[in-house]
Design a protein around this ligand. Structure first.
Ligand code: ADP
Ligand code: MG
Ligand code: ZN
Length: 476
C-alpha cells in the first residue's frame, strides 16, 4: 500500500521587543544569569502582569501578513505545569480565544504552489532556562528568558512532505524578518518548531495517529527528523503494528527519534482564563494603523519580480528570500538594467562569496554599483564572462573597482583578429598529430584546439572569435 505523510507545525517566534511581555525587564540575550528579572517575571505573590502593547502590535502584524482574522476580543489563559523553569507554576498563554485564526500562506516546492492553512496565532510568555552542570549533580536556572514574548503559529495539517515543511518554515521565517518582529535565528532558539506527523494510505481522508517531534534547531534537523519519522511509522504499519501517539526528541547525532514519555503524563494543562488580565480588545482603528505600516511581503515581492523583471519563478523566490537581498538586486538593476544577467551574478558569485565568508547581504564586500560596473565591462566586450569571475574574486579580496583590476592585471579581452589568428597558427603547428587525427575524422579534437588557444592567451581571447577563426583555418 502507498502511504502519504500528513504534517502540521507549531512554530514559536521570539518577538523583538525591548522589554518583556508583562513587565519592564529587558529581553536582551546573553546577560549574566538572573539579572533581567523582577517580582513580576519571577512570579512573586501579589504582583500583577501588565500587557506590553508592542507585543500586541507585533502579533497583529504577523496575523495580517498571514491572512488571519483578528479577534476583536481575545483572552489570556493560564497553562499550568510544574517545572523548575516556570516560577509561577503556570505560563500565561492564550487558549480558547487566541488573537488570530483562519489564515494561510503560500509556499513553493519544485515549481508547485501549496496553500498551507494557519489554524491560529497566539501570544504567550517564554519560560526560563535550566542549565545542567556537566561536572556536578546540580542544575541551575536562569530566569532572564522568563516572560520574553513569543507568538505561536499553529498550522493546519496541510503539509505533505519534509521538503514542504522546510519550505513553509522558510516562508514563515522570511515573513517575520520582513516584518522585523523576530530575528528568525533558529540556532539561538528565537525561532523554534515542533512538528506533528502521521501517515495514511494515499488518497484517503481521515488522519492517522500522530507523533510530535521536539528539539529541532535548524531547517536540516526538521527535514531529517520528519523523513526518519515517516519511514519509522510506515515500517511500524507494514509490520502490522500501530503508531503510538507520543512526544519524540530528535537526536541529530544518532539520526533517530527518541521517546520522551514523561511529557505525556504532564499533558493536562488545566487551562483557565487568567483572572489578572482583562480581555484584550482590538478595534478596527488599531488594526488599520498597523496595516498601513506593513512592508511589501515576500509573496507580493516575488510576484512583482516575475512581472516587472521577467525573472523565472525560481530566481524570484531566491532573491526575495530576504529584504536585504531583494533590495541589493533592485539596486544593481537600477545601474545595469538587464535583470536576468544581474540575477545570475547575484545568485551565483555573490551568494557563494557571502556563504564562504559567512556574511549577510548587508555585509557584502562588493556594492551593487560595483557589480553593475563589472557587468558593463562584460557587456561592452572588454572582458569575457569567464575572466569576469576572476575579476569578481579580486574585487572581493582587494575592494578595488573592476576597471582598475582589469587594467592592472592586463585582463582586457583579446578581440584583435590578427592576434588570434597568430595564436591559432602557432597551436596548429605545435600539434601536427592532433591536426591529422582531426582531419581523419576525430572531430572531438576541436575542443582541444580551442582549449589550447585559450590557454595560450591566458583565457583572454574572445571565445566566439576563437571558434570562428579556428573553424576557418582548420576546416577551410
Ligand atoms: P497540541 O497542542 O496538543 O499539540 P493541536 O491540536 O494544537 O495539539 O495540534 C498541533 C499540530 O498538530 C497542528 O499543527 C496540527 O495541524 C497538527 N496535527 C493534528 N493532527 C495531526 C495528524 N493526525 N497528523 C499530523 N499532524 C496533525
Ligand atoms: Mg503540540
Ligand atoms: Zn520582570
Amino acid at each position: 500500500m502507498n502511504y502519504e505523510a500528513v504534517i502540521g507545525l507549531e512554530v514559536h517566534a521570539q518577538l523583538l521587543t525591548r522589554t518583556k511581555i508583562f513587565c519592564g525587564c529587558s529581553t536582551e540575550f546573553g546577560a549574566p544569569p538572573n539579572t533581567h528579572t523582577c517580582p513580576v517575571c519571577l512570579g512573586m505573590p501579589g504582583v500583577l502582569p501588565v500587557l506590553n502593547r508592542r507585543v500586541v502590535d507585533y502579533a497583529i502584524r504577523m496575523a495580517l501578513a498571514t491572512n488571519c482574522t483578528i479577534a476583536p476580543e481575545s483572552r489570556f489563559a493560564r497553562k499550568n505545569s510544574f517545572y523548575p523553569d516556570l516560577p509561577k507554576g503556570y505560563q500565561i498563554s492564550q487558549y480558547e480565544l487566541p488573537i488570530a485564526e483562519h489564515g494561510h500562506v503560500f509556499t513553493e516546492v519544485n515549481g508547485k504552489t501549496n496553500r498551507i492553512g494557519i489554524t491560529r496565532i497566539h501570544m504567550e510568555e517564554d519560560a526560563g532556562k535550566l542549565i545542567h552542570d556537566p561536572y556536578r549533580p546540580v542544575s541551575t536556572v536562569d530566569f532572564n528568558r522568563t516572560g520574553v514574548p513569543l507568538i505561536e503559529i499553529v498550522s493546519e495539517p496541510d503539509i505533505r512532505s519534509p521538503e514542504e515543511a522546510g519550505a513553509y518554515l522558510r516562508q514563515l521565517r522570511a515573513i517575520v524578518r520582513y516584518l522585523e518582529i523576530c530575528d528568525g535565528n533558529m540556532e539561538e532558539g528565537s525561532f523554534r518548531c515542533d512538528a506533528n506527523v502521521s501517515v495514511r494510505p494515499a488518497g484517503t481522508e481521515s488522519f492517522g495517529t500522530r507523533t510530535e517531534l521536539k528539539n529541532m534547531n535548524s531547517f536540516k534537523h526538521v527535514e531529517n527528523a520528519l523523513s526518519y519519522e515517516i519511514r519509522r511509522q510506515k515500517a511500524v504499519i507494514a509490520d502490522g503494528g500501530e503508531v503510538v501517539q507520543e512526544t519524540l526528541l530528535w537526536d541529530p547525532a544518532k539520526g533517530v527519534t527518541v521517546s520522551m514519555r514523561w511529557k505525556e503524563e504532564a499533558h493536562d494543562y488545566r487551562y483557565f482564563p487568567d483572572p489578572d488580565l482583562l480581555p484584550l480588545v482590538i478595534d478596527e482603528g488599531w488594526v488599520e494603523k498597523i496595516r498601513r505600516t506593513l512592508p511589501e511581503l515576500p509573496d507580493v515581492k516575488k510576484g512583482r519580480f516575475i512581472a516587472e523583471y521577467g525573472l523565472p519563478s525560481y530566481d524570484a523566490v531566491v532573491l526575495t528570500g530576504s529584504r536585504g537581498l531583494a533590495d541589493y538586486f533592485e539596486e544593481c538593476v537600477k545601474h545595469f538594467p538587464e535583470p536576468k544577467t544581474v540575477s545570475n551574478w547575484v545568485m551565483g558569485s555573490l551568494l557563494a562569496t557571502l556563504k564562504a565568508q559567512n556574511k549577510t547581504i548587508e555585509q557584502s564586500p562588493v556594492s551593487p554599483e560595483r557589480v553593475a560596473e563589472l557587468l558593463r565591462l562584460i557587456g561592452s566586450g572588454l572582458i569575457s564572462g569567464k575572466i569576469a569571475k576572476t575579476v569578481f574574486d579580486e574585487m572581493v579580496s582587494s575592494g578595488k573597482p573592476p576597471e582598475t583590476i582589469v587594467r592592472e592585471k592586463g585582463l582586457v579581452q583579446v578581440t584583435d583578429t590578427d592576434a588570434i589568428v597568430n595564436v591559432v597558427k602557432q597551436v596548429l603547428t605545435e600539434h601536427p598529430k592532433e591536426v591529422s587525427d582531426y582531419k581523419a575524422g576525430k572531430s572531438k579534437l576541436f575542443g582541444f584546439f580551442v582549449g589550447q588557444v585559450m590557454k595560450a592567451t591566458r583565457g583572454k581571447a574572445n571565445p566566439k572569435m576563437v571558434n570562428e577563426i579556428l573553424k576557418k583555418m582548420i576546416d577551410g
